[in-house]
Design a protein around this ligand. Structure first.
Ligand SMILES: [Fe+2]
Ligand SMILES: [Fe+2]
Length: 242
């Protein structure tokens, strides 16, 4: 069920299409001296997900599991991965540490804004991005390949290639307008300032295609987004069944 695409050197997108879901779901594997996962996917998809991971790295060697925020698609399979990766530590935001310890079978480690963790060749830098879109949200940035792991920012609906270099920012902005799940313009702008300063080359987002070009257009579209409150939108219904 999962497909694998190398989106930057030794960084792999592992993507699942879930029946009836308007979005696909990705997580990322970084192959290095200290292998890392960014996001885990849903618990219900673990068996197929770990098979995909095994084709990239030996899961028992995973050392870091980055949790961008507490939510089924971002962190649902955390304990399943911790079971097969005895040396792995979950990494979460300073707000995430208020909640994640109660859900994680191994103590998570909070990382502050600007903290870095070396994986060997790659080095992850963490950005605290509260309320983009959850209060405990954070992102990670690989200094080596300039890849931003943007979690639920820069996402889009539908299926598509693993990696694109054309400008799909209009579709992205339309999707955000429809789902209305970014609650705060001030917090969004603060996150975009941090991202701008890093000059990413690739945006490895959690839903939809990874962006390998026209990053300027995606950033501009996000800056211009008009946020509105939406109670609930069926576009967000996406849970796979066990
Ligand atoms: Fe999310
Ligand atoms: Fe998500």
């Amino acid at each position: 069920m999962h497909t694998i695409t190398e989106v930057a050197e030794d960084i792999y997108r592992v993507n699942a299409a879930v029946p009836d879901s308007p979005v696909t779901f990705s997580f990322f594997v970084i192959r290095d001296e200290e292998p890392a996962l960014v996001e885990t996917g849903f618990s219900a998809l673990f068996d197929d997900a770990v098979t995909a991971v095994r084709s990239i790295v030996d899961p028992t060697t995973i050392r870091h599991i980055v949790i961008p925020h507490l939510e089924g698609d971002e962190s649902g399979a955390l304990n399943r991965f911790l079971d097969v990766a005895p040396h792995a530590t979950p990494l979460c935001s300073p707000i995430g540490i208020l909640t994640l310890p109660d859900y994680s079978s191994r103590p998570p480690r909070p990382v502050a804004d600007g903290d870095t963790v070396s994986l060997g060749k790659h080095s992850l830098r963490f950005l605290t991005t509260s309320y983009v879109h959850q209060w405990d949200s954070m992102m990670a940035f690989d200094d080596t390949t300039k890849t931003l792991f943007s979690s639920d920012l820069f996402i889009e609906a539908g299926d598509g290639p693993g990696l694109v270099d054309d400008d799909r920012s209009d579709a992205m902005a339309g999707f955000y307008s429809a789902i209305g799940f970014l609650p705060s313009k001030a917090h969004l702008d603060m996150a975009l300032d941090k991202i701008d300063a890093l000059q990413p080359r690739t945006i490895a987002c959690h839903h939809g295609c990874v962006k390998g070009g026209r990053i300027d257009a995606y950033l501009a579209a996000m800056r211009g987004l008009e946020l509105r409150a939406v109670d609930w939108n069926p576009l967000l219904m996406a849970e796979p069944s066990h």
